[in-house]
Ligand binder design. Structure first.
Ligand SMILES: Cc1ncc(COP(=O)(O)O)c(C=O)c1O
Length: 514
């Protein structure tokens, strides 16, 4: 639930914090509800602060500000508030500012004991007690979206707003200290020596292969079941992807890859192998490393869906030449636009990839290689530096949600839930199940307001873009069968237990109606 707090309730909050009022419990109990996001127009905060300071002095005033800083996102006075005020003929800027909060995030209620809905264009007004009597778990609509990117906004809003304003005023729009701050935080988090901030995950893949000197005439092993960009990164260098089948965990199948490498023998042009940690689940790294050592291949790990995932206790992305990350908005760590990164532990590769992300520039206007323009924008560095502080908490929430899904779906014979191998600590970017007649189940979920996805409906060897490579239906039976049976269920940290129960009950209902 998204709540905007009016001046009178902020005063009540300050007095509760100051323990001078007897009804202190309700507002503080409400503010402790993890399911609620709280917003306050800065105008209301300023007005409440002044009242408290005049009535009770500086210390209670400061206490209010400190509390707001930790728990409530405050929305500055924007031009749109003045427009709302004028267009809707509202004679009170504080009241009108809730309408601006509403247009910013979509609020469910304004917390106030004095405002009337009619004063703020019909927005619902409630007292803390009235709101406490509600069922918080229950979203106002029963719909379960596939993703809810707005759910994280309140956590990062104020810090990001400050950083954005700083970027605008300093006009340092590309790379710069926000990107550098993120690079060092992310390298540390992933246990890598270096991180290079880039413009997207696709660019990161391309750059990794370029930095390794892969180009025309070379081949690179890519699993058939992955997002198109994994192979595209290879093709952009002029090299050719060589597809292989997936295993039961949707990741690269090491046994059939070995057979392929043995068949190619000494005439092989295969230079690298790309394990993709698909859906957030680590691939069989020991198997891949053994192949790479035996056949002299570089490893480039595609970790676009696997921030913080671990293979035998070590973070993914550190087992080969490069780990590739995407911060596409829907990823476990998402930017507000396109962004990606490489991690590496190799000094030489770091220097090369860092130069190549900026036209191979060794010093101002002196270019030692042909690279590209793959620099991360400062705004994305600012978003990611702000959000990265929450990634551990968000990852744990995904893991909790996956456990809940598995427990609730366990009793449904027709549903195959994802199994985690012993070596893997998955971060559940996606929660993918398999069923027969998946299109029918998807339609049923859709009729019941539950969104789902397909990742991915057509394996890469059957894509029109790769028709010249002459693959055929039947070449990779497991990837093809998975593509026909998979459904991705809603998965994000803020998904509530109620929503997971609703998804699972709907699936149960579907099979019991059959
Ligand atoms: C497995 C995989 N690889 C690569 C990419 C490409 O990342 P980006 O969208 O940031 O270019 C994605 C993202 O969609 C992905 O899921």
């Amino acid at each position: 639930m998204r709540i905007s707090i009016h001046t009178d309730t902020l005063i009540e909050l300050a007095e509760s914090l100051n323990r001078t009022e007897s009804n202190q419990a309700s507002i503080l109990t409400l503010l402790a509800q993890p399911e609620c996001e709280f917003w306050a127009p800065a105008l209301c905060l300023a007005a409440a602060y002044e009242v408290i300071r005049q009535k009770h002095g500086d210390v209670p005033g400061r206490r209010l500000l400190e509390f707001v800083q930790k728990r409530i996102s405050n929305v500055p006075l924007r031009g749109v508030t003045l427009t709302d005020c004028l267009q809707n003929n509202i004679g009170n800027l504080e009241a009108a500012s809730h309408m601006s909060v509403n247009s910013l995030v979509g609020i469910d209620a304004v917390l106030s004991s004095t405002l009337q809905s009619s004063q703020i264009n019909g927005l619902r007004c409630m007292t803390p007690n009235e709101l406490l009597a509600q069922d918080f778990e229950m979203p106002l609509s029963g719909a379960v979206p596939f993703l809810d990117l707005k759910a994280q906004y309140s956590k990062v809003y104020n810090e990001f707003d400050d950083r954005l304003t700083e970027i605008m005023s300093n006009t340092g729009f590309i790379l710069g200290h926000h990107v550098e701050e993120f690079e060092s935080a992310f390298a540390k988090l992933q246990g890598a020596k270096y991180c290079i901030g880039l413009s997207s995950g696709t660019d990161a893949l391309h750059l990794a292969f370029m930095a390794l000197g892969i180009g025309p005439g070379d081949e690179v092993i890519v699993p058939a079941n992955t997002f198109f960009a994994t192979a595209e990164g290879v093709s952009l260098t002029g090299a050719t992807p060589v597809f292989v089948d997936s295993n039961v965990h949707y990741n690269i199948d090491v046994d059939s890859t070995r057979r392929l490498l043995e068949q190619r023998g000494s005439s092989s042009q295969i230079k690298a192998i790309v394990p993709v940690h698909l859906y957030g689940q680590p691939a069989d790294i020991d198997g891949v490393v053994a192949l790479a050592n035996e056949f002299g291949l570089y490893i480039v790990e595609d970790c676009a869906q696997a921030h913080l995932a671990e293979y035998r206790g070590s973070s993914v992305g550190n087992f080969g030449a490069f780990g590739v990350f995407s911060f596409y908005p829907g990823k476990n760590l998402g930017a507000y636009g396109e962004a990606g990164a490489l991690i590496t532990n190799d000094d030489g590769l770091y220097e090369m990839a860092r130069r190549m992300r900026a036209h191979g520039e060794a010093s101002k206007y002196k270019h030692s290689e042909v690279g590209h323009n793959y620099r991360m924008e400062a705004i994305q560095g600012a978003v990611l530096s702000t959000k990265v502080k929450f990634i551990t908490e968000w990852t744990e929430a995904r893991q909790r949600n996956a456990r809940k899904y598995k427990a609730l779906l366990a009793g449904i014979r027709e549903v195959q839930v994802p199994e985690e191998p012993d070596f893997a600590k998955s971060v559940h970017h996606l929660f993918v199940i398999q069923v027969e007649d998946r299109d029918e189940l998807r339609a049923y979920l859709d009729q019941n307001g539950i969104a789902s996805g397909l990742h991915y409906p057509l394996p890469l060897h059957l894509q029109a873009a790769y028709k010249d490579l002459n693959y055929h239906v039947g070449d990779f039976p497991r990837a093809e069968s998975q593509a026909e049976r998979i459904i991705s269920l809603p998965m994000y940290p803020e998904l509530t237990e109620y929503q997971i129960e609703r998804v699972c009950n709907t699936i149960k209902q579907y099979f019991s109606n059959k």
